[in-house]
Design a protein around this ligand. Sequence first.
Ligand SMILES: Nc1ncnc2c1ncn2[C@@H]1O[C@H](COP(=O)(O)OP(=O)(O)OP(=O)(O)O)[C@@H](O)[C@H]1O
Length: 316
Amino acid sequence: MTVTEPRPAAPAVGGTVLEASGVTMRFGGLLAVSNVNLTVREGEIVGLIGPNGAGKTTFFNCLTGLYKPTSGQVRFAGVPRKAPKPVRPKKGQPAAPAAVQVPELPKLSPLPPKPRAVVRAGMARTFQNIRLFANMTALENVMVGRYSRTSAGALTSVLHGPKFRREEAATRARAQELLDFVGLGRSTEHLARNMPYGDQRRLEIARALATDPKLILLDEPTAGMNPQETKQAMDLIFKIRDSGLSVVVIEHDMRFIFNLCDRVLCLVRGETLVEGTPGEVQSDPRVIEAYIGSGEDDDEDDEDDRPQDITEEGTS
Ligand SMILES: Nc1ncnc2c1ncn2[C@@H]1O[C@H](COP(=O)(O)OP(=O)(O)OP(=O)(O)O)[C@@H](O)[C@H]1O
């Protein structure tokens, strides 16, 4: 399964941006992710692969703070995990024995689960299913993403004071810049729901970039794309990397992943099967076995995968 083609040279990889160690996630009796480690450095593109049900999305959700892992730890930009607060005895009650005072709490990610807080921390993500505001223009969709970075309060916004107007103009200008960056500079006033599928995907990326992230996580960015759209998506991700961001990407398209990524982590049944360069991972017989065993066809280009509608859900 050698599918690697010559790829643009990666810039020198810098310090650690994201570090996940021993991440485990249980849903009741089901162990979806088990003791998974991952380090992402500045300027790196890391791929997450694995057959259906391997735990990729669950692990992704642990990285972004959408899920609190059952155990393990996620550090983003060096933010350390907060120590659990000791339980204080109530007034007049004798102090509980030490073992009860500091219960054995599961190690939680320091990443707050609130999406806005995750954005402030410098992470942005896209979802498997497109989540654009269907009846808003491309520009408005990106501006919505940008609002998490503006400071005008509710009163300023209602009064449309000078501060609001200044910020609004800056937000609009930045949104336009991002649309140009992703190649949608001419679609500014198009309603999201009328845009071609590949453009909607790029619009989602522009909206995620509007939060000025250090790291962007893309969940199946090429799902349902035709080969030309897939190539454009790859070029865009290289461009994002070249602008200094780190990228983590989940994909089923092996050719895409092996041509795009600096490093690839392959999960099977919630566990790390192998992690390494695309060359190492694609030649590992265990990876081939895992995919053959799962019956997945990696070169499938099924047009029927295209979602028919985009949802009205907002950024998260
Ligand atoms: N919220 C949930 N509650 C219970 N079980 C879940 C939940 N989310 C995922 N699972 C289970 O956890 C396992 C891993 O699922 P996950 O969606 O993370 O895999 P995946 O590798 O992303 O799969 P796919 O490639 O099909 O999207 C599966 O067995 C799935 O059924």
